[in-house]
Design a protein around this ligand. Structure first.
Ligand code: ZN
Length: 646
């Protein structure tokens, strides 16, 4: 059997027609396959699942490239065509999940005789249909559709209100002393001799961090915390009520339980337990860090007993600067972008037994983009025989019309014998010297990409690559960040213009600066996670009072009377009750990393076992089982707690 070939991407001239054609063909073939399944399903359960997997593959092939092109293609018409195709795919997916006749085909299947992975696919498929309410009566289905539509509208309006509600504080240049020079230069005084500071991030973040005048800091903080209020308050109440109703209609006691059922955490009530567990583990580290911040605060405000967020950001930054002064200009000299890119490939190649070869026949969407074919290496690092494992595209620098953050995008999902996994990183790094933060981000995102490629050799589209539970998917990426913090790893590629590798003591200082405040951050994150969970679960009558109560319980920083942070807590839209997920996967990442040898992060046996049991498995098993397969035991909090206390 000839191995699958990489997808030939179009030239710039062909791209628009190609995108439309790929969307039209893919969607038509998905519809045809579904019609066949509905009208004349095969008798065998496995044959039905194979046909259904073809539908999933067709839909993912349109959706993936549409998302990539809408975010990365230099031609605006191609970006628009990509957006249109994404909408079409979403519409069809929703339509299929509410297709009763199609559901009946799956519900009638006999799982006996299916292998465990196929049985898992059937179970997941039925679950997805039921979560969309397909097995409910006509009236209920109608109500569920209304609720979904209204939730989408609220979500958009909630975000729009936050985006559009830009508040301002005016101050004299003297009051803004401490702000970076380039910021001050870009913000001249108006006719009244005042400078305007808005609540947009490029103003509010440095103002809260650097402005020495406590009064101005407080004004900016209060304005920042009140964005979206009062307009978003009624929207949020409606959102929480609708989600609760939706969950009840499809058989769950509350929204968090509905949402958690398809995540690693499994049960809604496990979320507050997790929050309290982290809060407890962070108690000591928080007190230690807060003590340091308060001590510094008292040098300016002698009788202070507590600190709120109008001062905490500033004093945390001050402590970091005074006690952990790391010269970021010096650090940058060790990270020339080209060398970092090669270093990333060398490090991950060595770690996972991979070789990346430039792909001469690839046709990237822009001249900045580098394409590589991925191969396995032999046990001693020699060129391994065998077919390509997949193709990756690195699109690392900013340009007009391109996605503004850093993320991994799928181009094709890999299915064994059917299709090679292909993916891309879209980032926005400079072309010269890189910040170390950006190097860490690059390793993080590459963690998703390598997961996508190695997990792209499973039998079913539904389980390809990164298709694991949402609260696990960040763990492999968060773990790979560790390699960008290790002095021995860094000295292999972090080399300045004079050919000197980054000194180990500089890396140690960078790590100490990064470590400071971990306890504070953990508690602040648990405050956010508690708002996300309890607002959805209790739907409190007085959101402001409940926020204040949760802040007092979890946050190291006191509540500022009369502020309404929840009105601009955008994650209440997308993450809903599951803001805990970031911390959850960090706990798992620290546990996974504990299996590696700190003195030799490249230990081939450990890395190979990790690659095979976690990354290559994709979504074929529950994440908890993948983790247990690798660690030889269930996951625990111990490594995270030890890291926090370090
Ligand atoms: Zn990530």
């Amino acid at each position: 059997m000839t191995p699958p070939a990489p997808l030939q991407l179009p030239t710039a001239d062909e791209a628009l027609a190609w995108m439309r054609e790929r969307a039209a063909t893919g969607l038509a073939s998905a519809r045809d396959l579904v019609a066949g399944l509905r009208e004349a399903p095969p008798a065998e359960a496995e044959a039905v699942l194979r046909r259904w997997d073809e539908v999933s593959l067709a839909l993912s092939n349109v959706g993936a490239i549409a998302s990539l092109f809408s975010n990365a293609h230099p031609d605006v018409d191609v970006r628009t065509a990509g957006e249109e195709a994404e909408v079409e795919v979403d519409k069809l997916v929703t339509e299929l999940r509410q297709d009763r006749a199609l559901y009946d085909v799956f519900a009638a299947l006999d799982p006996a005789g299916l292998d465990p992975t196929a049985a898992r696919l059937l179970e997941k498929t039925l679950e997805e249909f039921r979560r969309a309410g397909v097995d409910q009566d006509e009236a209920t289905r109608k109500r569920l559709a209304e609720i979904s539509e209204r939730i989408t509208a609220i979500d958009q309006e909630f975000s729009r209100t936050i985006r559009d509600d830009v508040r301002t504080v005016k101050a004299t240049p003297e009051q803004l002393a401490g702000m970076p020079e380039d910021w001050l230069a870009a913000h001249p005084v108006d006719e009244d001799g005042l400078v305007t500071v808005t609540t947009d991030y490029p103003d509010a973040v440095p103002a809260r961090m650097f402005v020495r005048d406590a009064d101005v800091r407080r004004q900016v903080t209060v304005a920042f915390l009140d964005r979206g209020w009062p307009d978003n308050e009624p929207l949020l109440r409606e959102l929480f009520d609708l989600r609760h109703e939706y969950a009840n209609l499809v058989g769950y006691s509350d929204w968090a339980s509905y949402d958690a059922a398809v995540k690693m955490i499994e049960k809604g009530p496990a979320i507050p337990e997790f929050i309290d567990r982290i809060a407890q583990a962070a108690q000591g580290p928080m007190e230690r860090d807060l003590g340091v911040v308060l001590e510094r605060f008292r040098r300016d405000v002698p009788d202070a007993e507590a600190i709120d967020t109008a001062d905490s950001v500033y004093y945390e930054e001050l402590v970091r600067k005074e006690q952990h002064d790391v010269d970021s200009q010096l650090v940058r000299t060790y990270f020339p972008a080209e060398r970092v890119k090669q270093g990333l490939l060398d490090v991950t190649g060595r770690l996972f037994g991979l070789r990346y070869e430039p792909a001469p026949d690839a046709q990237p969407w822009h001249e900045d983009v580098a394409a590589y074919d991925v191969y396995r290496t032999g046990p001693d690092g020699e060129d391994g025989a065998g077919d390509s494992l997949g193709r990756i595209y690195l699109d690392l620098h900013p340009r007009d019309g391109k996605y503004k953050h850093a993320a991994q995008f799928t181009i094709t999902n890999g299915v064994a014998g059917r299709q090679l996994p292909e993916g891309a990183l879209l980032c926005n790094f400079g072309r010269g010297l890189m910040e170390h933060d950006h190097v860490v981000t690059l390793f993080h995102e590459f963690g998703h990409l390598v997961h996508h490629v190695l997990g792209g050799h499973v039998e079913w589209t539904r389980f390809a690559g990164v298709s694991t539970e949402w609260d696990f998917v960040e763990a492999p990426s968060q773990m790979l960040e560790e390699w960008a913090w290790d002095a021995d790893v860094l000295r292999t590629f972090a080399i300045n213009a004079d050919g000197e590798p980054i000194p180990a003591d500089l890396v140690a200082k960078m790590r100490a600066a990064d470590d400071f405040g971990k306890g504070l951050q953990a508690r602040q994150q648990m405050f956010y996670a508690a708002v996300s969970y309890w607002f959805h679960t209790d739907r409190p009558a007085d959101l402001t009072a409940r926020q204040a109560e949760l802040q007092e319980r979890y946050s190291p920083f006191r509540y500022i009377d009369g502020t309404h942070f929840y009105a601009n807590f955008g994650h209440l839209g997308g993450y809903s009750s599951a803001y805990y997920t970031y911390m959850w996967s960090l706990v798992i990442a620290k546990d996974l990393f504990s299996a590696f040898d700190e003195d030799d992060l490249f230990d081939a046996e450990i890395a190979g076992r990790y690659r095979d049991s976690i990354l290559a498995a994709g979504g074929t098993k529950d994440a908890a089982d993948l983790v247990a397969d690798f660690l030889g035991r269930p996951y625990t909090f111990d490594s995270y707690a030890a890291w926090l206390a370090r």
